[in-house]
Design a protein around this ligand. Structure first.
Ligand SMILES: *[C@@H]1O[C@H](CO)[C@@H](O)[C@H](O)[C@H]1NC(C)=O
Ligand SMILES: *[C@@H]1O[C@H](CO)[C@@H](O)[C@H](O)[C@H]1NC(C)=O
Ligand SMILES: *[C@@H]1O[C@H](CO)[C@@H](O)[C@H](O)[C@H]1NC(C)=O
Ligand SMILES: *[C@@H]1O[C@H](CO)[C@@H](O)[C@H](O)[C@H]1NC(C)=O
Length: 392
């Protein structure tokens, strides 16, 4: 008994109470409150506990209370609102603005749309408006939207493209695919055959004026003085003629005479490709090969890049081309000849060594000399010949 009565007492005291004047006993009584969803139907007396009754329909009581009646469900959803929660005995009706709107001063207002140049940092809710922010550096928004955040500018270089038009806050970067052949393709600017041919034409001793004499003698579109001066300034005398012929060839590609010589050069190049095409060298091999060349070295990154861009058959040629660019005044064919002597020591596969030796041989062959003669005797005439004679 004792046990139960104690429990009863604790429970009793835990419930919320209210003070009530009992007119019968003229005393202040502590009555129990009524739980949410109910109201006080009869106050407690000295002998009776509080009598609670449920709220009638459309009335509610949210908390413990000692009210004589429940509250009326007085919230009415307005235009542009919907009933989020219907009224029940413990809660008033809950209304909310329809999708895309928020409540401000009793009105459901459309969420702000961030204009171009601005992006959404916090989308609107039924209670709050959108928060917009000016797109930071490197981001853009080209739309009016209550949802879209600023987007990152497209990274053109990551796509292997160039930026054609820089983006800003309202515009994305415009990329364009590299049309620059050397960037897109393997891009060998001077082939070994051309180099061999042009080098045949370089006299061993040079007079100060020889470049102008040669230029005058070349048929087709003349190379302008500006370019000649540029070549003279930038390159050593050995290299000058080489550069001049390269430029002349570029300018006169469409001329029949030049085309004929070019056909012969193509034949030469096909032979070289036939030799080298078999090589199928790994990165290690190419690395060793390039390391064996004298002068400034082609970097490993360039070798990797070349392997990505160039067909296997073109890789060696491209790397030699890169070496040539790095060592502007040097003779690639001589360098290759030099390198080949050292390769055996590095356990370099025999077959490619043999192929490369054949290439070197071809480039020094009588055929090349014939080609040279065709170019400089038949085409250009005796002028260069006389230059050469005078120089030698
Ligand atoms: C009234 O609605 C609310 C919200 O849905 C709910 O939590 C509560 O339990 C409901 N009350 C009753 C008595 O059903
Ligand atoms: C916004 O930019 C994107 C990506 O550049 C483009 O596809 C879209 O057409 C642009 N929209 C407008 C409205 O300019
Ligand atoms: C673009 O991409 C490249 C390579 O993935 C990276 O190095 C560079 O930092 C990027 N640029 C920007 C602006 O994100
Ligand atoms: C080159 O070597 C790779 C791997 O060793 C092989 O898959 C490929 O077929 C070879 N290519 C040629 C042309 O021999």
């Amino acid at each position: 008994f004792l046990d139960i009565s104690v429990k009863w007492t604790t429970q009793e005291t835990a419930l919320p109470k209210y003070l009530h004047y009992d007119p019968v006993t003229s005393r202040q009584l502590m009555c129990d409150q009524c739980p949410p969803g109910t109201y006080v139907k009869q106050h407690c007396t000295a002998t009776k506990k509080t009598e609670c009754a449920p709220c009638p329909d459309q009335y509610y009581a949210e908390d413990w209370n000692n009210n004589d009646e429940c509250q009326y469900c007085n919230i009415v959803c307005k235009e542009l609102q919907y009933v989020k929660q219907e009224c029940n005995s413990t809660q008033n009706r809950v209304c909310e603005c329809t999708e895309g709107r928020y409540l401000e001063l009793e009105f459901c207002i459309r969420h702000t749309e961030c204009p171009p140049g601005f992006g959404v940092v916090q989308p609107g809710t039924p209670e709050s408006d959108t928060i917009c922010q000016r797109c930071p550096e490197g981001f853009f928004s080209n739309e009016t939207s209550s949802e879209a955040a600023c987007k990152k500018h497209t990274n053109c270089s990551a796509l292997g493209h160039k930026i054609a038009l820089n983006g800003n806050a309202v515009r994305d970067n415009v990329c364009h695919e590299n049309t620059d052949a050397s960037a897109q393709k393997c891009g060998i600017d001077v082939t070994l055959c051309e180099e061999a041919l042009f080098r045949f034409a370089v006299p061993e001793k040079l007079t100060p004026n020889w470049l102008n004499v040669l230029t005058d003698g070349l048929p087709g579109t003349k190379i302008n003085t500006e370019n000649i001066e540029r070549i003279k300034q930038k390159h050593s005398s050995q290299e000058q003629m080489f550069q001049l012929l390269k430029l002349w060839k570029q300018q006169n590609k469409e001329q029949d005479m030049v085309k004929k010589v070019m056909q012969d050069i193509d034949l030469c190049e096909n032979s070289i490709l036939k030799y080298i095409g078999q090589a199928n060298l790994t990165f290690e091999h190419l690395n060793i090969l390039m390391a064996s060349l004298p002068g400034k070295k082609v970097r490993k990154e360039d070798i990797q890049h070349t392997m990505k861009l160039c067909k296997p058959t073109e890789q060696i040629l491209k790397l030699l081309n890169l070496w040539r660019i790095k060592n502007a005044d040097q003779d690639t064919i001589k360098a290759l000849t030099h390198g080949l002597k050292h390769l055996k020591a590095y356990h370099f596969p025999k077959k490619p060594i043999q192929s490369l030796k054949k290439v070197v041989k071809l480039l020094h062959s009588f055929k090349m000399y014939q080609l040279y003669q065709k170019l400089f005797f038949e085409m250009i005439g005796n002028q260069v010949q006389s230059v050469k004679k005078r120089c030698v």
